[in-house]
Design a protein around this ligand. Structure first.
Ligand code: 5AD
Ligand code: SF4
Length: 462
């Protein structure tokens, strides 16, 4: 077909960008676009950018340099290429992008993806289009669903956005500026999308939002639902074997969510709960709205509800004014809690955020040194957690073929990658294995007992 157009979408950053990239593809598909894997022969290239930490914007500009060459080469063959910058750098930098990189035809912020076809049409007529308003209409009402076959091809695990934006204004963070005010999607919309994903073979749903546990969507009963209630309802969808959510804020770990961890077998025993620092002074300067004791108490309550829960977190080292003693408090917290996994970053001043204006910024060398010390501790903690699961008999959701013939790979409830040898196992099955060994990047297991295929009946009975 000659009118098929090719789009290449490159995503940086968080899971919400991964989800958004799929929804952009969904909105472009009815316009005749098929997704391709490289920019080389694409008619439309979308850079779906991230602004959370350093160099993100610089990476975008160097990528745009490469795309300028590509666009030139294609033009010499008589082919048009439209270049779009989307995501949080688009939102933050706006028209600065088309000024610095004239190769860009369209700059579009995350709240306007449902307008993509119209915006692209405008840019094709020669206009440089910059769309970074927060429109009054809800993009989720206008983004079409993917056809079943497309969803099917996406595998057994899917993200589902339930909440977007943030009102917390941590002093280091750009999210409240790039993703806007906190908003929750209505329950019926989420259920419809979840049902559709389950029908297409998705077995694991990860609910995503910048502040996902602040979820307060309109319920079908006219009341406001919490994330705990939403999870309880989603657990009733047959075929959905596993539920996860990310990313949470300690302030929003309410009783209904903690109860969901106790009561819902489908809700996986894994919690990513960023703490950022173990120092009360730094937590206050970050405007996190809790201290380290409150964080410890929340962890105690979650562990009381679900004793085997695996904990994960985010850390920032080298926040302005952080002393050795503050950093020691972070190290102590890490040793006390025993995280199964974690992400840690050097503080990076983000223009427009309060912490960026402080005059007590730390030298890069101090940040690097602290990061190395913290990461070594977090690595030890992760390995200790993995070792503790050796001998455990647990369910693995099979996601793909393993590296070697006959090998399959999947995830444990604790989000560990597990490889095992098994015949007659299909992707999407849940299989019981005994964890036998830990490797550098994944664990190894041995199937025990009968294979359980996730039929609707079985899932309903769980
Ligand atoms: N510098 C370093 N890390 C940051 N994060 C957010 N903003 C910054 C920043 N300015 C980290 C936080 C957050 C994660 C998504 O990224 O740890 O939880
Ligand atoms: Fe950023 Fe998370 Fe703080 Fe919101 S709660 S401002 S997204 S770090």
């Amino acid at each position: 077909m000659s009118d098929v157009k090719k789009v290449f979408i490159k995503s940086y950053g968080c899971q919400m960008n991964v989800y958004d990239a799929k929804r952009m593809a969904d909105v472009l598909r009815p316009e005749g676009y098929v997704e391709v894997e490289t920019a080389d022969d694409a008619d439309l290239v979308v850079l779906n950018t991230c602004h959370i930490r350093e160099k993100a914007a610089e990476k975008v500009y160097s990528e745009l340099g490469r795309l300028r060459e590509l666009k030139g080469e294609r033009a010499s063959r008589g082919q048009d290429t439209s270049i779009v910058v989307a995501g949080c750098v688009a939102q933050a930098e706006g028209a600065e992008i088309t000024r610095r990189a004239p190769v860009v035809d369209l700059v579009v912020g995350p709240q306007s993806y449902h307008h993509l076809p119209g915006l692209i049409a405008r840019s094709r007529s020669g206009e440089k289009v910059v769309e970074t308003e927060f429109p009054a209409d809800d993009k989720f009402d206008h983004l079409p669903a993917a056809p079943r076959a497309v969803t099917r091809a996406r595998g057994v695990s899917a993200f589902l956005t339930v909440q977007e934006g943030c009102d917390k204004f941590c002093t280091f963070c750009v999210v409240p500026y790039t993703r806007g005010a906190e908003m929750s999607r209505p329950v019926v919309k989420i259920l419809a999308e979840a049902e559709q994903l389950a029908d297409a073979g998705v077995r694991e749903l990860t609910l995503i939002g910048q502040n996902v546990n602040a979820y307060h969507g309109e319920g079908p009963d006219g009341r406001t639902w919490t994330l705990g209630l939403l999870l309880e309802r989603l657990a009733q969808i047959s075929g959905v074997a596993r539920l996860r959510y990310t990313t949470s804020h300690p302030r929003d770990m309410d009783a209904s969510l903690i109860a969901a961890h106790r009561d819902l077998p489908a809700l996986m025993p894994y919690l990513h709960l960023p703490v950022q620092s173990g120092s009360d002074r730094i937590l206050a300067a970050m405007n996190r709205q809790h201290d380290s004791d409150e964080y410890r108490r929340i962890i105690d309550r979650v562990r009381a509800a679900r004793p085997d829960i695996a904990l994960s977190s985010d850390f920032i080292v080298g926040f302005p004014g952080e002393t050795d003693a503050d950093f020691e408090d972070t190290m102590r917290l890490v040793r006390d809690i025993g995280f199964a996994s974690a992400y840690s970053f050097k503080y990076s001043p983000r223009p427009g955020t309060p912490a960026a204006d402080r005059d007590d910024q730390l030298p890069e060398a101090v940040k690097s040194e602290r990061l190395a010390v913290l990461q070594a501790e977090l690595d030890d903690s992760r390995r200790a957690f993995n070792r503790a699961t050796v001998g455990l008999v647990t369910d693995i959701l099979v996601e793909r073929q393993g590296r070697h013939p006959g090998q399959m790979a999947g995830k444990s409830p604790y989000l560990q990658a597990v490889q095992f040898e098994a015949d007659g196992v299909a992707i999407g099955d849940t299989i019981t294995v005994e964890i036998t060994e830990t490797g550098p990047n994944s664990l190894f297991g041995r199937p025990v007992g009968a294979l359980s295929t996730p039929t609707r009946e079985r899932m309903g009975a769980l």
